[in-house]
Design a protein around this ligand. Structure first.
Ligand SMILES: NC(=O)c1ccc[n+]([C@@H]2O[C@H](COP(=O)([O-])OP(=O)(O)OC[C@H]3O[C@@H](n4cnc5c(N)ncnc54)[C@H](OP(=O)(O)O)[C@@H]3O)[C@@H](O)[C@H]2O)c1
Length: 383
């Protein structure tokens, strides 16, 4: 048994971690927004499945060993997949006000698994191993059988384990869109202007040479991806993390690790304009976010994905552009990232792997705020 961390952050209150009795199956049907028969009516599948349920009224998580399968109607337009693994995103249980979740909602939005059905006019076939990020207004993937829309789906990169695959979509797409689409690190978001593998299998990078990037929270799921993408693009990359993560970040190619437990960015920059950054990417938030403002160049860009984004008191420097955004799940973009993974120049980082019955420990590990990479819940044994 793993103990819950003593630091339970704003992302999840301790009440969220208290298991409640599994809700009854009748009311669970509500969370599929549908009274159509479950998928078992059309396929030879079990009657029920294991699932994690988030009760949005009581803010509690529970484990249900006999939850219903997705309704048959969903599998006409979405892939029904047998889930191998799913991943938790820090803070995800606080998203209820922004999405229309019913009382009982399945959490976790990253998934790897095997397609079970055929969807007309879609690229993938039953039996193929896929991964993707389900958007948060959809039921999540912490269950044995789930659905995902074709445009959010990509084939699992060759050679990648299904556990590692589940660690990638949300973090990779968020980092990619933050650096290249919102931050314009390479000057343009055009497909030809960002790192890629070309038709001959050559890795094309170096488009951000001469640029300086700072990642606040470089050792989290998103930050670790951002380090790898920015290095491929040829930028000078610094990141904040505690010293226990320095060696790992160096292995991924980071140029400089700034230990946020020892020095603030304001003190590190010390008024020296040459040390400032073209792009500051904030994956840490709170005090670090306000401190990070000291590190952006006067004509630089500050991109954040952390809830609670604020400009500094007294306003930001006039020339600084800011962006706070929510990532968009794009299977086609994930496919292009898959090519970089297959070349061995980008990898996922798995902090820890848990069984579904260990959901409290798994969510507690993420909420502690110090996971290195992603916390995975594994639902199937076979690869
Ligand atoms: N807007 C969107 O579309 C979107 C998408 C995905 C994620 N997010 C948000 O982005 C944030 C980051 O997500 P994530 O998955 O990367 O988080 P995470 O994996 O939970 O981040 C954990 C990491 O943060 C580091 N850390 C903790 N406090 C820090 C600080 N003050 N300064 C620097 N590093 C610190 C820890 O390193 P040490 O152990 O070394 O301290 C740990 O490695 C979350 O708030 C998440 O909700 C937003």
């Amino acid at each position: 048994m793993h103990n819950l961390p003593s630091l339970v952050t704003t992302s999840i209150t301790s009440s969220l971690l208290k298991a409640s009795a599994a809700p009854n199956t009748k009311s669970l049907l509500d969370y599929y927004h549908s009274s159509t028969p479950p998928t078992t009516a059309i396929m030879s599948l079990p009657e029920t499945q294991k699932a994690i349920i988030f009760n949005t009224t009581t803010n509690t998580l529970s484990y249900d060993p006999s939850a219903p399968l997705p309704p048959a109607s969903a599998s006409e337009t979405e892939y029904l997949i047998q889930v191998h693994s799913t991943a938790i995103t820090n803070g995800e249980l606080t998203w209820a006000p922004f999405v229309n979740w019913p009382e009982y909602h399945v959490p976790c939005y990253d998934v790897s698994g095997t397609i079970l059905n055929r969807v007309a006019n879609s690229p993938f076939e039953p039996g193929q191993k896929v991964y993707g990020r389900v958007m948060a207004d959809h039921e999540g993937t912490a269950r044995q059988y789930t659905t995902i829309i074709p445009s959010e789906t990509a084939l699992v990169p060759k050679g990648l384990s299904m556990v590692e695959a589940a660690s990638i979509p949300m973090s990779a797409l968020t980092a990619w869109q933050a650096l290249f689409e919102q931050g314009l690190l390479t000057g343009s978001y055009d497909k030809g202007s960002v790192p890629r593998v070309d038709g001959e299998g050559q890795i094309i990078g170096g488009q951000a040479q001469g640029k300086r990037l700072l990642i606040l929270g470089a050792a989290g799921g998103v930050g670790l991806m951002a380090v790898q993408f920015a290095k491929l693009a040829g930028a000078y990359v610094a990141g904040t993390a505690s010293s226990k993560n320095t060696a790992y970040l160096k292995e991924l190619g980071i140029d400089e690790v700034i230990d946020y437990t020892q020095i603030s960015m304001q003190a590190w920059v010390a008024g020296d304009a040459a040390k400032k950054f073209d792009l500051v990417f904030d994956c840490a938030g709170r005090k670090s976010m306000l401190d990070g403002w000291h590190a952006v160049k006067d004509d630089g860009v500050y991109v954040s994905v952390v809830p609670g984004f604020k400009e500094p008191e007294g306003g930001k420097p006039a020339g600084v552009r800011t962006a706070w955004f929510v990532m968009v799940s794009r299977g086609e973009e994930l496919e292009r990232i898959s090519r970089l993974i297959e070349k061995g120049v980008v990898k996922g980082t798995v902090d820890s792997v848990w069984k579904i019955e260990e959901f409290e420990e798994a969510f507690g590990k993420t909420a502690g705020g110090h996971a290195r990479g992603k916390v995975i819940i594994k639902l199937a044994d076979e690869e």
